[in-house]
Design a protein around this ligand. Structure first.
Ligand code: GLU
Length: 475
């Protein structure tokens, strides 16, 4: 039994990440104690507070974990689910640390969780719980623009983030940077355009980049490019929903979509927007007219496809189903969807696994843009949009004179356009995902690392060591 396994021989979620970390540590020559410090969770705040729901007082269990303070503020989402527990929140906080380092986002990792099922609680009561949770965080100095900045995660969204901001502001009135205490807010309340779809779009950019590398595609017997690739997506929450739309628009074929209640399949491809409309009208993806139902949703993961995107929760690919997975590429849109045992099985089969700590970093990347926007108190593009348009117009005038040709009004509109906030956010995200991919790939090649996950961890740990050194903490 390895030191990462518990008494029953299986791994806790946190142990899974430690195992991945240890594999990477073989490629890093630095004192063991320093690696242990990077691995450890710095602060765990477990709380219980009462909330009156109807006539009853309910005791709510909740957490906020700050995994690393090597950069401040700490950053990470808040999850609402009955599965929330300390091990899970600690692990997700650790993943945030590694994720932020890979994409050069200057935050330490954190995560929060409230053990509730938001599907069965009225929005008034969710608001009460969210506001109380926020005031508990304020009381213990666990939230603030320079301390710890929450964001959406499984079971939360813009609505919860605006309640958090409002509660923070009411208790910290006069803080000119209060907007930056939380990200993922609605645009009307200081959010940034492009945050909602950011994780799904980042997943798309990352996989698209991989599909353009000839050597990698040939290694798994696939052609270069995303067009025509057969994709399965598991989980149609905010991440899976947007990833599915971007893949579909780019010409990939979505052959199956899986949700909690079951999956749907069509070998020729599903029309993603029609499926979403069906889901909206019926509350389920099942019985979509142009598809076959798969009642056991887990079976959808085992269908023949080129790319499998688990976009829901952790540990969905484990030692009991890994051997039956037929995908050639797995893109981890969710956090920790593959257990270490399954990882080894898939590695032996030659599957390319694009790891979570890189692939789903699009959300926190755009959260970083939102945080910067809030601290600078100015919308992206406000300063340069008109200036760019004027420069472009001058440029065009010269070209038209030299070429003795006038272009159409439509073409003119396109060429003259200055950057809007959404353009800047998306191009910043695209650049981040492309760079991150090649940094991991180059490191994998130069150090002959066995897979992308270990290479991603090596890259991340090296960056964390660098920042500790800059702070003068490590000798
Ligand atoms: N919850 C998201 C994640 O797991 C986003 C975190 C953030 O934006 O801070 O990456």
């Amino acid at each position: 039994m390895s030191k990462n396994q518990n008494k029953t021989g299986s791994y806790s979620f946190f142990n899974c990440i430690e195992k991945n970390f240890d594999k990477a540590a073989r490629f890093i020559s630095i004192e063991k104690g320093l690696l242990e410090q990077i691995k450890a969770c710095n602060s765990v705040y477990r709380m219980h507070f009462p909330v009156k729901i109807g006539k009853e007082i309910k005791v709510i269990e909740a957490y906020r974990v700050q995994h690393s303070h090597h950069k401040l503020p700490c950053k990470g989402g808040i999850r609402y689910s009955m599965k929330v527990n300390q091990d899970e929140v600690m692990t997700l906080a650790a993943l945030m640390t590694y994720k932020c380092a890979i994409v050069d986002v200057p935050f330490g990792g954190a995560k929060g969780g409230i053990k509730i099922d938001p599907q069965t609680i009225s929005s008034e009561n969710i608001e009460k719980i969210t506001r109380r949770y926020t005031s508990e965080l304020i009381k213990k100095n666990f939230i603030g623009p320079g301390i710890d900045v929450p964001a959406p995660d499984y079971g939360t969204g813009e609505r919860e983030m605006s309640w958090i901001f409002d509660t923070f502001l009411s208790l910290r009135s006069g803080d000119v940077d209060a907007l930056a205490c939380v990200t993922g807010k609605p645009v009307s309340q200081g959010g940034v355009r492009g945050r909602k779809e950011a994780t799904g779009l980042g997943v798309f950019y990352g996989i698209r980049e991989l599909c353009h590398v000839k050597e990698d595609m040939y290694s798994v017997g696939l052609d270069v490019g995303l067009v025509g690739k057969k994709i399965i997506i598991q989980g149609l929450g905010n991440v899976g929903y947007h990833a599915a739309s971007f893949f579909h628009e780019s010409g990939a074929i979505i052959i199956a979509l899986a949700e909690r209640e079951g999956a749907i399949y069509n070998e020729k491809g599903l029309n993603v927007s029609k499926v979403f409309l069906h889901l909206k009208n019926n509350g389920s993806i099942l019985n979509f007219p142009e598809a076959t139902n798969i009642e056991n949703t887990e079976k959808a993961l085992e269908l023949k496809c080129d790319i499998l995107i688990p976009a829901a929760l952790e540990n969905v690919i484990h030692k009991n189903n890994a051997n039956r997975i037929k995908a050639k590429i797995i893109g981890e849109a969710a956090n920790g969807p593959i257990t270490p045992e399954a990882d080894e099985i898939l590695d032996k089969k030659g599957v390319i696994i694009v790891p979570d700590i890189y692939l789903n970093a699009g959300g926190v990347t755009v959260s970083y843009f939102e945080w910067l926007k809030n601290l600078s108190h100015v919308r992206y593009g406000r300063m340069e949009k008109k200036f760019r348009e004027n420069v472009n117009a001058e440029f065009l005038k010269v070209i038209e004179t030299v070429c003795k040709k006038k272009i159409s009004i439509e073409e003119k509109k396109m060429i003259l356009r200055g950057p809007r906030e959404i353009d800047l956010v998306r191009s910043g995200l695209e650049d981040t995902m492309i760079n991150g991919f090649h940094k991991i790939r180059d490191l994998k090649k130069s150090l002959k690392i066995e897979n992308m996950r270990t290479a991603a961890f090596v890259l991340s740990i090296n960056k964390i060591i660098d920042s500790y050194e800059k702070l003068g903490i490590f000798p």
